[in-house]
Design a protein around this ligand. Structure first.
Ligand code: SAH
Length: 238
């Protein structure tokens, strides 16, 4: 059985969207993963097919109804973890992506309007994941980003698995800078070491650059890397 993503949305026409193209699209046609889209509206109970209602307690916007969404989740019979894309969620990172890609698949709920009735989130123990500290108009672009990140880790999707081992976050570091032809562009030469053919020196230079970039741009990542190293050193001492 290939990895399966089930997406619950009120805009099923937004999918597969960008996932029909390039790497993820090829993998989809090749059957390395499956995508199933469920229209939440199909589970509405009234003739207007409404999925939302006004918030108790007042305030702006509309809220996705717990009963309709719950019926849609049951009807969808997706596999793996059920996840609500939400700006309140834990920030999605490569570690979580790796875990999700290693499982049978994911069931993704795309919020719309002001959000989702809290009771369905609590009753089902739904995990909330966020793309970052900004607000999208709906969960679909976030679901697409999550699926893209998972699919490229599935076996056989990326032609050269070595590329996955070296990219950003693989070792808790940002990736080193890249250069290609021409060797001199607008008076700027590429770093000499990259033309040296000395693979040990190149590796050391790239490592140094990755560490420098991570320290400068992501002190948070750098701090957890340093803490992890200190933990390892202590283990060795014991
Ligand atoms: N009123 C909410 C925002 C709702 S945005 C709040 O203030 O927290 C509508 C939907 O877009 C959300 O239900 C969620 O599914 C999606 N969304 C918005 N921002 C997101 C983010 N940063 N990551 C993941 N999903 C997001």
């Amino acid at each position: 059985m290939s990895w399966r993503a089930t997406v619950l949305t009120i805009f099923p026409e937004m999918l597969p969207g960008p996932l029909a193209h390039s790497l993820a699209g090829k993998a989809l046609s090749a059957g390395r993963w499956q995508l199933e889209t469920v229209d939440i509206r199909d589970f509405a109970r009234d003739k207007h097919r409404s999925v939302d209602d006004a918030p108790f307690g007042g305030g702006p916007g509309m809220i996705m109804r717990a009963d309709v969404l719950d019926a849609a989740i049951t009807g969808a019979s997706g596999v793996g973890e059920t996840i609500l894309l939400s700006p309140r969620g834990r920030r999605l990172d490569q570690q979580r992506v790796r875990e999700l890609a290693a499982g049978p698949g994911v069931t993704l709920i795309c919020g719309r309007f002001e959000g989702v009735d809290e009771r369905v989130i609590e009753m089902r123990g739904i995990e909330e994941l966020s793309l970052g500290d900004f607000v999208l108009s709906g969960g679909e672009p976030a679901a697409i980003a999550l699926m893209d990140a998972c699919v490229r880790l599935l076996p056989g999707v990326v032609g050269c698995p070595q590329a996955l081992a070296e990219e950003s976050f693989a070792e808790g570091l940002l990736e080193y800078p890249h250069y290609t032809r021409p060797a001199v562009w607008q008076g700027q030469a590429v770093p000499e070491v990259l033309l040296s053919g000395d693979h040990a020196r190149i590796r050391a230079w790239r490592r140094e650059q990755a560490e420098r970039l991570t320290q400068a741009r992501r002190p948070d990542l750098w701090a957890s890397l340093v803490a992890a190293r200190q933990g390892k050193d202590r283990e060795v001492e014991r």
